[in-house]
Structures are given as C-alpha cells and as structure tokens.
Design a protein around this ligand. Structure first.
Ligand SMILES: [Cu+2]
Length: 384
C-alpha cells in the first residue's frame, strides 16, 4: 500500500512539473530566443567546460577513494607466495592508474579544445597509420607482459610438488558454515560423499575407507608456521569460495567437484597481531566499538567486547541470506603448539562411536536391579 502511494505521489509530482514547464513556456512568448534546436556557441562552451568538470570529478573521486579506503588494503602477506601475488597486483594497479589518469585527461581535454564553434568545420582523416600503430602496439605489448607475468605467477602459486611433505586439510562449505577435516596420522583424507551424510557425520565421510578412520573434523583451523598446507575444497549445496585474504588465497568451492589450493603460512597469529599496521587497525576498530558501546550502555544494553585480530577463512561468493556468517577462525602457531592442539582433537570414528553408544541411564538401571533381584548388576549390564 505504501509503495502504491509513493508511486502515485511521484506520478502527480511529474504531472505538476510538466504543467509548470508549460506555464513557463507560455510566459516566454514574445521574448527573443533561439528556437533553432541547433547548438550555438554558448551551448558548445557549456558542454566544453562540463567536459573539464567531469574529468575533475573523476580525479576527485579517485583521490577521495585513496584517502578513505587506502587503509583497508592488507599489509604484509602472511604466506610465502603472498609477495608475488602482491607484486602482480601492485604492478597492475600502477599501470591502470597511469593509463586511466592520462587517457581520461586527453579524452576530456580534446573534447574541450575542439568544441564546436560557429563557422568552424571539423577536419576529416580517413586514417592515420602512425597513430593506429601507436595505440595498437603499445597496449598489445603492455597487456602481453601483464598476462604472461600473471600466468607465470599463477602457475608458481598453484604448483604443488607431489613428493613434497604437505599437511592435507579439507575445507567443507555449506549454507552457512565452514567445516574443516584433518587427514590424521596417515596424512590421507578418507573418501567422502554427500550421500554418506548422517547424524554427526556432517561431512559425509565414507567410514568404510581405512584412510578415513583417523580423520578429524574440527571447529577451527590450526596451521603450523613454515609448513606447506594443501587444502582441498568441497561444497555441499551451492557455489562458495574459500577466501583467506591474509594468506592471499582464494578458491571456489563447487558442488560435485574437489578444488585445491596450497600455501605456506609465514607469520603466526601472534606475529601478525604485533605488526604496526595491524595494531593501528585493531586500535581503530576498538575506537569505533568503544563509541558504539557508549550508545549501547546508554540504552541499557551490554557493551561490545574489544576486538582482537584473528586470521579468518571467509566465503567470497554471495551464496545466500547468511553468507556473511560463513567464517572460520584460523590460528597459525609453532609446530609444537599445532601438534599439541591436533592431538587433543577427536577422530570422526570416535565421534560417531560416541554418538551411537547406547545411553546408560543410571536411575532406570538401578531400578531394574532392584526389581529383578534374581540377577546381579554385572548380568544386567552385560545383557544391555
Ligand atoms: Cu558461501
């Protein structure tokens, strides 16, 4: 109903504006004006200066974006390949920035310089081979270098040596959560299929596969610093994307197929928390939180907890209403701490066994013993 009313108001406002413009035209009858519908020098000048105004607008937006959003750029990468990735990104940014600044200036400057003038005719070139060659060959060379460098970097990042010692981890995406599975003692992930999903076996691990017995499903990811981690990604429902921005890693998770990404983390969570850039960022976030907390407390609500930095695995595909909720904490630590943590995690086999174990209710068990006094407690329990 509200929508209909708003629409009606807009239509009525439109009619009113149209009527006003008609009244305005009627008041102009008799006054001297140019009705030829051909641009005169005044129109050409206005358009010429508007061209300048537009290029100024583009530059101002660029400068404001740098000032406002410059601090969102992630600083030091926390993975070995991160430097190559950042290099590629920076080179692309610099080239795009220079080319865009120059070409936009030239485009708008010439549009101004050669704006229409009464009595002036435009010069017509059928073609100019020299100019054509310049604006074809230069972009071809620049693009070829960029693409070749990009392909080389991508291949370096994606190459995983079969014989190299890696830690195998599976990332499982579903609406709207992540789960991670470690390959256990044998360092081999057991087979899995969506058809095997049942009760606590939320990843559909094939428990008939010997390699699956020691696999561990965990609630947060722990990684040892300096070791190569080989991630394999699966999705249960729709397209998701495993995104670990601090490690410069992203890979789509596609239902029905396994995708991969491998990297070596180079900075522990503690080391990243200690960098000047991160401390400044966390400080900024906590200042905003403190301000919001003041307003919350005034309303009688609890204050916000202060923020501490943690690496995150995020979903980078808009996969549904709670897409933003898809995140999993990643802890990078020393190898000793990592081993200690991993040892404390339960295997899937143990979790399933525990879930399927008959529930012994101590109260009814005692009652049975009392009622059936001809049997011993041991007999009752054994029968059970
Ligand atoms: Cu998602």
């Amino acid at each position: 109903m509200n929508g209909l009313l708003i629409l009606l108001i807009i239509v009525l406002l439109g009619v009113a504006a149209w009527q006003l413009s008609k009244i305005f035209s009627l008041t102009q009858i008799g006054s001297k004006r140019d009705d030829s519908a051909v641009a005169n020098d005044r129109d050409n000048n206005i358009n010429g200066y508007l061209m300048f105004a537009f290029v100024a607008f583009i530059y101002i937006v660029t400068i404001i974006s740098f000032i406002k959003c410059g601090s969102f750029v992630l600083d030091t990468p926390a993975s070995e390949h991160g430097k190559d990735y950042d290099n590629l990104m920076n080179i692309s940014f610099v080239i795009i920035f220079i080319v865009q600044t120059l070409t936009q200036f030239l485009l708008h400057y010439f549009a101004f310089k050669y704006r229409g003038k009464e009595g002036q005719k435009a010069l017509y070139f059928a073609d100019n081979n020299k100019l054509e060659a310049i604006w074809t060959i230069i972009p071809v060379i620049v693009l070829a270098v960029l693409i070749l460098y990009g392909l080389y970097t991508w291949n370096q990042i994606m190459y995983v040596d079969e014989d190299e010692e890696v830690i195998n981890i599976e990332l499982y995406a579903k609406q709207f959560a992540w789960e991670a599975r470690y390959s256990g003692e044998d360092n081999t992930l057991g087979k899995a299929n969506v058809r095997y999903i049942k009760d606590v076996n939320t990843l559909g691990v094939d428990m008939a596969d010997p390699a699956a017995q020691d696999d561990k499903v965990v609630a947060e990811i722990h990684l040892p610093v300096g070791k190569k981690i080989h991630f394999r990604m699966r999705s249960q429902d729709v397209l998701h994307s495993a995104y670990m921005p601090h490690f410069r890693a992203q890979m789509n998770c596609v239902p029905g197929m396994v995708t991969e990404f491998a990297f070596v983390p180079t900075m522990t969570t503690a080391e990243m928390r200690g960098t000047a850039m991160m401390m400044k960022k966390v400080d900024g976030i906590n200042k905003i939180r403190a301000k919001k907390s003041l307003a919350l407390v005034a309303e009688g609500k609890p204050a916000l907890e202060p923020y501490t930095f943690d690496y995150l695995l995020l979903c980078n595909k808009i996969c549904g209403a709670s897409h933003y909720n898809m995140q999993l904490k990643i802890v990078v630590e020393s190898e000793a701490d990592y081993k200690k943590w991993l040892a404390s995690q339960k295997t899937i086999a143990a979790t399933i066994k525990e879930a399927n174990a008959p529930k012994v209710d101590p109260v009814s068990e005692t009652a049975k013993v009392v009622v059936d006094s001809t049997k011993t407690v041991a007999e009752v329990v054994a029968k059970k």
